[in-house]
Structures are given as structure tokens and as C-alpha cells.
Write a protein that binds this ligand. Structure first.
Ligand SMILES: [Zn+2]
Length: 206
């Protein structure tokens, strides 16, 4: 796991206390939305400030980008595509997994093990988001619970993305009958976010 991404240690926050995501999330979103929006990115970028436009055009993959910008882009794109923001965030999570899973989770994916992938949830969180940390609160074979504490207040850009990303990343390890339920969410008033993750082996759900 030495790809230089996880420079933020657990308990440490990047970009001051400002909720932030990695630059490669912004780059991945823009790449996907360019293909999905009928008119490309022009309308989306026109609605931003000059600084934000410049950031979008030359974002460094390892830079920290304000979460608020990602949320705003998601809302605007969902409006243009006439889909729910949570649904679009899920699709963006799938696109992110397709683009970045190899470098983020190279060891886990080569091992083709869903167990190993999920056991890296803490590493993934600090690689993608600031602040907060992800821990595994239930650890059974093919059934885990992941809790995120101290995470940024957020809308669907985080949780919807995590659902799509997690599902796709598990598929890429060969897991089948994948079921991820986001049963607690700070955007719904809960003190933290929690995900229940289950999968089957060889096509048999447990
Ligand atoms: Zn949540």
C-alpha cells in the first residue's frame, strides 16, 4: 500500500478542518460527466467562479479539493440529467472505482479478495476524504460493518459515491450477491455513517 496517497494519517485532517476530497475524485467526476451531459461540461463550469474553473481544469490528483465544490457540481449535474443526486453519485462512484481501483487498491485487487478489500476501508477513507476515519465494527466472514466517525457533514456526494464505489470494487474482486446497506447517515441526523456490507461466495448469498 505504498502509492503515496495516504499521507493523511488517521486522526489528522488535511486542508485545515475544511471538508475535502482528493483531486482525483474531482477529475474522475468531470471525466465521467463530460461524457454523460448532453452539452459536455460547459454549463457546469460556467456556473463556477474563475478560481474554481481553474481548479477543475488543472486539478492535481493528490490535492485536496473542497467537498462543497463536489456537492455543488453533483447537484447541478443531477439537475441537468434529471436524476436524483444520490443516484448520480452512485454512478460516479462506479466510474471512480473503474478508473482508480487499480492504483488505490492494487494489492487487494490482485489478491481478488473481498475480505481484503473491505479490511482496507480505513485506508480508503483517508485516501479519499478528510476529515474522519473508517473502522470495521463487525467482522464476520462475508459480512462486515463499516462505521465512519468524525467525517465531514455531507450530502449524497459522499455516501452515494461510497455505495457505487464499494459495489463496483467488490465486483472487481470477484464477489457476487453483493448487498451494501447504508443504514446510518449523518446527513439523516445520525451521529455517524454506517454501512452493512455482505456478499456471497460462488454466487450464493449468505
Ligand atoms: Zn452517510
Amino acid at each position: 500500500m505504498n502509492d503515496g496517497l495516504a499521507r493523511r494519517q488517521v486522526g489528522e485532517s488535511a486542508a485545515g478542518e475544511r471538508p475535502a476530497v482528493r483531486g482525483f475524485i474531482l477529475a474522475s467526476d468531470l471525466r465521467a460527466l463530460r461524457g454523460w451531459l448532453p452539452g459536455g461540461l460547459d454549463d457546469l463550469l460556467d456556473a463556477l467562479s474563475a478560481d474554481e474553473r481553474a481548479l477543475c481544469r488543472s486539478v492535481r490528483p493528490t490535492a485536496w479539493v473542497p467537498l462543497e465544490l463536489i456537492e455543488r457540481l453533483l447537484a447541478a449535474a443531477a439537475g441537468a440529467l434529471n436524476v436524483r443526486p444520490a443516484e448520480l453519485a452512485d454512478r460516479l462512484g462506479v466510474a471512480l472505482a473503474d478508473q482508480k481501483i487499480a492504483s488505490l487498491m492494487g494489492v487487494a485487487v490482485r489478491a481478488r479478495s473481498p475480505e481484503l478489500l473491505v479490511s482496507n476501508a480505513g485506508y480508503l477513507w483517508v485516501s479519499l476524504y478528510s476529515p474522519g476515519e473508517a473502522t470495521i465494527s463487525l467482522d464476520l466472514p462475508s459480512h462486515k460493518r463499516i462505521e465512519v466517525h468524525g467525517g465531514p457533514p455531507h450530502g449524497p456526494a459522499v455516501c452515494g459515491r461510497n455505495l457505487g464505489f464499494g459495489r463496483r470494487a467488490l465486483e472487481m474482486t470477484g464477489a457476487t450477491a453483493i448487498r451494501i446497506v447504508h443504514f446510518r447517515c449523518i446527513s439523516g441526523g445520525d451521529p455517524h455513517c454506517a454501512y452493512d456490507v455482505q456478499w456471497g461466495e460462488g454466487g450464493t448469498a449468505r
